[in-house]
Design a binder for this molecule. Structure first.
Ligand code: CDP
Length: 216
C-alpha cells in the first residue's frame, strides 16, 4: 500500500522552511502543519498560567490540553515565544503529548505538508518527500530581524544572531528528537537564494520525490 503524499520540511530557525512549506502546500493543494506553533502555544500558555518553562510535568499538562484550533494568537509569533518554545520542546513529555496530534495530521488520506524540526525523523519517517532547509546563521538572523521589525518588535541584529545561535545549539543538542536531517532528506541551502529561487528548488526536489513515489 502506498502512503499518502506527505512532504516534510525541517530545518533551523529562519531558514526559510516556513515560507517554503506554505508555498508547497499551495502548489500541491495539501493541508499544512506548522508544528513550531504547537510548541510556541504550549510555552506561551504555560507562562500565562504562571508556570515555569523548566517544569516538565506542568509543560506536558499544558501540551495535553492544547487547543490545536486556537493557534492564531499573534503572541505565539514573538521572539520571546520562539525562545520559550525551544525550552519546552526539549522536554520528552511535551513532545510525547504532541505526538498523536501531529501523526494524525500526517495521516490524512490526501497527504500533508509538515513544517518543523523532527517531521522527517520522528513524526513521519515514511514520508516520500523530505527537505532539510538551511542557511548560514548570519543570513537567517537578517531574515528574522526583518520579520520581527515588520511585526513591530525592534531588536538589534546582534541580539537576533545570538538568539539563533542559542536556539540552534538547544534544538540540535537535546536528547529528545534533536533537530537533524532524516537520512533520506534532501538538503536545501537557501543562503544565496531569493524566495522564488528557493521555492523553485524545493518544487524540483518534491517533483523528483513524487516521480519515484508515483512509480513505486
Ligand atoms: O520559526 P522558527 O523556525 O524560529 O521556530 P518554530 O518553527 O516556530 O519553532 C520554535 C521552536 O519550537 C524551535 O526552536 C524548536 O525548539 C521547537 N520545535 C521543535 O522542537 N520541534 C518541531 N517540530 C517544531 C518546533
Amino acid at each position: 500500500m502506498t502512503t499518502a503524499f506527505v512532504i516534510t520540511v525541517d530545518g533551523p530557525a529562519a531558514s526559510g522552511k516556513g515560507t517554503l512549506a506554505v508555498r508547497l502546500a499551495a502548489d500541491y493543494g495539501l493541508p499544512m502543519l506548522d508544528s513550531g506553533l504547537l510548541y510556541r502555544a504550549v510555552a506561551v500558555s504555560l507562562q500565562r498560567a504562571g508556570g515555569d518553562l523548566d517544569d516538565q510535568d506542568a509543560a506536558a499538562a499544558v501540551a495535553r490540553g492544547l487547543d490545536a484550533a486556537a493557534l492564531d494568537d499573534p503572541a505565539f509569533r514573538s521572539r520571546a515565544a520562539g525562545e520559550a518554545a525551544s525550552r519546552v520542546a526539549a522536554h520528552p513529555a511535551v513532545r510525547a503529548a504532541l505526538l498523536d496530534l501531529q501523526r494524525a495530521f500526517a495521516a490524512q488520506p490526501g497527504g500533508a505538508v509538515l513544517d518543523g524540526r523532527d517531521m522527517g525523523t520522528v513524526i513521519c519517517p515514511q514520508a516520500p518527500a523530505k527537505l532539510f532547509v538551511t542557511a548560514r546563521p548570519e543570513v537567517r538572523a537578517q531574515r528574522r530581524w526583518r520579520q520581527l521589525a515588520t511585526q513591530g518588535e525592534g531588536v538589534s541584529f546582534e541580539d537576533v544572531l545570538a538568539d539563533i545561535g542559542v536556539r540552534d545549539a538547544r534544538d540540535s543538542g537535546r536528547a529528545a528528537s534533536p533537530m537533524r536531517p532524516a537520512p533520506d532528506a534532501v538538503l536545501l541551502d537557501t543562503s544565496e537564494m531569493t524566495i522564488e529561487q528557493a521555492a523553485d528548488a524545493a518544487r524540483r526536489i518534491v517533483e523528483a520525490a513524487r516521480a519515484g513515489w508515483v512509480n513505486s
